[in-house]
Design a protein around this ligand. Structure first.
Ligand code: COA
Length: 171
């Protein structure tokens, strides 16, 4: 069984390899510093039975962001003020040995759940992500992420889609 928890010293960041060096390096060198400074938070997927140093199966990071509503589609921008807030899925990665087992999907669902916690407390129009390439873009699109008109590798998952996916409908 797997569980998701905040990145901590007990996690084995050095051994993580998702096949993308920038994503490996972020986890090794930047994620904890960012958390200490309030820049972003990183969450890791681990095996419940693991003991320290705990192998990291996958991770994602989130940070708050501000968006100009004019960069959304006209339908999404309707009735929004010029500047709106959202949450950015800064990074999402699965260790090579665990890819294509449905665990990336589990991490995305967890990120959506974290978004809804923020949404309940402070609002926010949805989750934003910068896909690193067309493959990643296709990956996100299957979960309902929509390309932004201004930059097709930037995608937006509206709060309504997240609520529908997680069957949650409080205001
Ligand atoms: C992209 C990534 C996070 C996906 O995680 P994963 O655990 O391998 O994906 P899942 O097993 O949850 O896949 C869910 C679905 O997406 C599809 N999929 C997986 N990787 C994909 C990819 N790179 N492109 C398009 N579709 C993909 C799978 O076929 C699966 O569909 P299915 O269940 O209907 O067959 C992972 O492959 C990874 O870490 N890659 C390297 C880093 C990266 O590219 N991160 C994205 C940064 S923008």
């Amino acid at each position: 069984m797997h569980k998701i928890e905040r990145l901590a010293k007990t996690h084995d960041r050095d051994a993580f390899d998702c096949g993308s060096e920038p994503l490996n390096l972020f986890l090794r060198q930047t994620a904890r510093q960012h958390a200490e400074r309030g820049i972003s938070r990183t969450f890791v997927l681990v095996d419940e039975a693991s003991t320290a140093p705990i192998p990291i199966v996958g991770y994602f990071s989130l940070n708050l962001c501000q968006i100009k509503s004019e960069t959304l589609t006209p339908a999404e921008a309707r009735k929004l003020p010029r500047d709106v807030a959202g949450v950015r899925l800064g990074r999402l990665a699965m260790a090579k040995a665990h890819q294509r087992q449905g665990l990336g999907r589990a991490l995305l669902v967890a990120a959506m759940g974290k978004f809804l916690e923020i949404y309940q407390t402070a609002g926010g129009i949805g989750l934003f992500v910068d896909a690193k390439d067309q493959d990643a873009k296709r990956y996100y699109e299957q979960f309902g992420f929509l390309p932004m008109p201004s930059n097709e590798l930037e995608l937006f998952l509206p709060v309504k889609t997240i609520q529908d996916a997680l069957h949650e409908h409080s205001c």
